[in-house]
Design a protein around this ligand. Structure first.
Ligand SMILES: [Zn+2]
Length: 168
């Protein structure tokens, strides 16, 4: 093999490694609706973020609430598969969009409490991702609890304090 091929090959390997290992944050969201699955959120995404060049939901994982998707069932689309960024927080937190995994709980926790089964699935998923990507508790946040964000997401009934304890 000629030497000049070596540099792009090494670059590609290093880049792929960095790309799949760049995750540094986890942000928790709610869908703000009682019903949801990948197809439904896809439709919402097309309506709200029509300019997104990536035709996939803005989150890397969704956790079902038993209405549209089984309770506690975790699903992803190709955004997660290709390790693509997602605009799940505002432009104030570019790094959390680019290097933050977005988890969306189906449901509206501004109005309702989260069911235990869905909550337990979220804790399990978050802990797995923290372990896999070496993400500290300090880098895990609820959307509205993140500095620079002004939103009620994931809702006032989401047990944030308990969650931060449980993922420790
Ligand atoms: Zn959110």
């Amino acid at each position: 093999m000629r030497k000049r091929y070596l540099i792009p090959i090494i670059f590609t390997i290093l880049f792929s490694y960095w790309w799949t290992h760049r995750w540094k944050y986890i942000v928790i969201h709610h869908s703000a609706g009682g019903y949801g699955n990948i197809e439904f959120l896809q439709k919402v995404h097309r309506e709200r973020q029509g300019k997104d060049p990536i035709d996939a939901i803005p989150y890397h994982y969704i956790v079902g609430n038993g209405n549209g998707l089984g309770i506690g069932v975790v699903k992803s689309d190709f955004r997660q598969g290709w390790n693509l960024w997602g605009m799940h927080v505002s432009k104030n937190n570019v790094d959390r969009n680019f290097r933050g995994l977005g988890i969306c709980l189906i449901g509206n926790f501004e109005q309702k409490h989260i069911a235990e089964k869905q909550y337990v699935a979220l804790v399990k998923l978050t802990k797995e991702l923290m372990k896999k990507h070496n993400i500290p508790v300090a880098n895990v946040s609820g959307h509205g609890y993140t500095k620079g964000e002004s939103t009620k997401c994931p809702g006032k009934h989401f047990p944030m304090q308990r969650f931060l304890q449980d993922i420790r």
